[in-house]
Design a protein around this ligand. Structure first.
Ligand SMILES: [Zn+2]
Length: 476
């Protein structure tokens, strides 16, 4: 039986203005996690959420992860653990969000004050954190409040985990998730994370996969100091020449990775998976819009999306120590560090990827027969994640999308990584769903970040509706 949601939906519409004021209050707190000077504001933001939750009758505990690594005098902000409802007859759902934001200064090119939520005539709400991730976090709080005001019983026990260091590598979070998996989170039957975006602007999506990332550095050094090319050019083996030649062996300009064995690690494309790509609402013009050019590698939607989501890619990011300033200085850099990363997909094991990378780079280096020295190192790696979109957690979310938006959601993966997804899955052993609120044009991390009023208000309905459907969905 479809859940009774009309009363709840009507209440959300009635309260839209008050939900926007709540977002305005939250955006006004510059909780920038990357800036140690603003740490008190991050803590203030945690206190704001705690007060909002407590006012609605939720219980809130704080976990203090300790000092920030590398900053012996700087406390990491608290991780908020909230619980709303404690009824053994109801399902328990764990939701995650973050209350810190990326840095933002008006001088960066914002059209409005970044920490002053500004709504334009098209109902776009501009402000840092509006979509990433204060809007979605407040969506859960709005959902609780609208249920109370409408007199509709809350369908599940809701566990909440809200952190304040997401934009700075989620320092301190993993240990707490692992520790609380058997404590605060022990009743959780499924996990929902609202911290990514629709693929476009019209159609909601459910996300079931993320790529991993293995990041490497390639250091080539020889001379003891930088040299003048007029004096030493032609007499010294130049590290930059070696490095550029080496980097060029990794990938061709059509994006094909040249490292033997790597593509063989990739899970083959099944017919069932291939089918999923036909329906996805995405046009090449969407890509061109995001690129600001028409310089795509692939010519059609399917190949483009598969290249982004389900195949590995290798990108060369930069060269440290190279002369990159404007002008025509005739320097021979003595030591240069090339940086590249591989976005990984099922079933690429990070250790195996490292092994193939080191072996290939070593062999290519040998071919150069250089008398410089070369070192290839892994900087960091995070694994990929794929969930089953057939799980009841996903079917409930899909029904909720259809109910609120009148369309079936796109089932998407993402090319980037949200490491906490995998941490939750591994620590709790439960299915994790990514249920985004914002759209592709929201410009998270960029200037003029915004959240459309429609996405916020209908998104609040969606989060509440999801909880109703998840309460009813049969275990499969
Ligand atoms: Zn985020």
């Amino acid at each position: 039986m479809a859940p009774q949601l009309d009363g709840y939906f009507k209440q959300v519409d009635l309260m839209a203005d008050s939900f926007i004021s709540r977002l305005r209050s939250a955006v006004a707190i510059p909780s920038v996690s990357a800036d140690p000077d603003l740490r008190p504001k991050v803590v203030a933001m945690a206190n704001f959420l705690e007060a909002e939750l407590k006012a609605l009758g939720a219980s809130v505990e704080k976990r203090l992860p300790g000092k920030q690594p590398g900053h012996p005098n700087l406390d990491l902000p608290p991780i908020l653990l909230g619980r709303y409802g404690n009824d053994a007859k109801k399902r328990t759902i764990l939701v995650y969000g973050h209350y810190d934001v990326q840095p933002a200064l008006k001088e960066d090119g914002w059209a409005t004050e970044p920490f002053d939520l500004t709504v334009d005539e098209q109902d776009r709400m501009y402000g840092r954190g509006s979509t990433d991730d204060k809007g979605p976090v407040l969506g859960w709080i709005n959902a609780i409040e609208a249920h109370q005001k409408a007199g509709v019983e809350f369908p599940v026990n809701l566990l909440m985990c809200f952190e304040g260091m997401e934009e700075y590598g989620s320092e301190g979070l993993d240990d707490i998730i692992k520790e609380e998996a058997s404590k605060f989170f022990k009743d959780a039957e499924a996990v929902c994370i609202s911290d990514n975006y629709w693929l476009g602007t019209e159609k909601p999506c459910l996300t079931y996969g993320l790529r991993g990332c293995s990041y490497y550095s390639l250091t080539v050094s020889g001379p003891a100091q930088d040299l003048h090319s007029g004096v030493f050019g032609g007499t010294v083996t130049e590290p930059m020449t070696d490095l550029v030649r080496l980097l060029a062996t990794l990938v061709d300009n059509k994006g094909k990775i040249q490292i033997p064995g790597l593509n063989e690690l990739v899970a083959p494309l099944t017919d069932e998976e291939k089918e999923l790509y036909n329906d996805i609402s995405f046009e090449m013009s969407d890509l061109f819009h995001s690129l600001g050019s028409e310089t795509s590698i692939h010519l059609n939607k399917e190949d483009t999306l598969m290249a982004r989501w389900r195949y590995p890619t290798l990108s060369i990011h930069g060269i440290e120590g190279a002369y990159s300033a404007p002008g025509a200085k005739t320097v021979i850099p003595a030591k240069v560090i090339g940086k590249f990363s591989i976005r990984t997909v099922p079933n690429m094991e990070p250790d195996k990827v490292d092994e193939l990378v080191f072996k290939f780079v070593g062999a290519e280096w040998k071919k150069l027969s250089s008398n410089n020295t070369m070192k290839c190192e892994l900087q960091h790696s995070g694994n990929w994640w794929v969930a089953s979109p057939k799980h009841w957690n996903f079917s409930a979310a899909s029904k909720a999308v259809e109910r609120v938006f009148g369309v079936k959601p796109d089932l998407t993966r993402e090319g980037g990584s949200i490491p906490v997804t995998l941490t939750f899955e591994q620590a709790t052993g439960k299915n994790v769903l990514l249920l985004p609120m914002g759209s592709s044009t929201d410009a998270a991390h960029s200037i003029n970040e915004k959240l459309d009023k429609r996405n916020y208000v209908e998104g609040t309905k969606l989060l509440g509706a999801y909880l109703h459907y998840v309460a009813e969905e049969a275990q499969v």
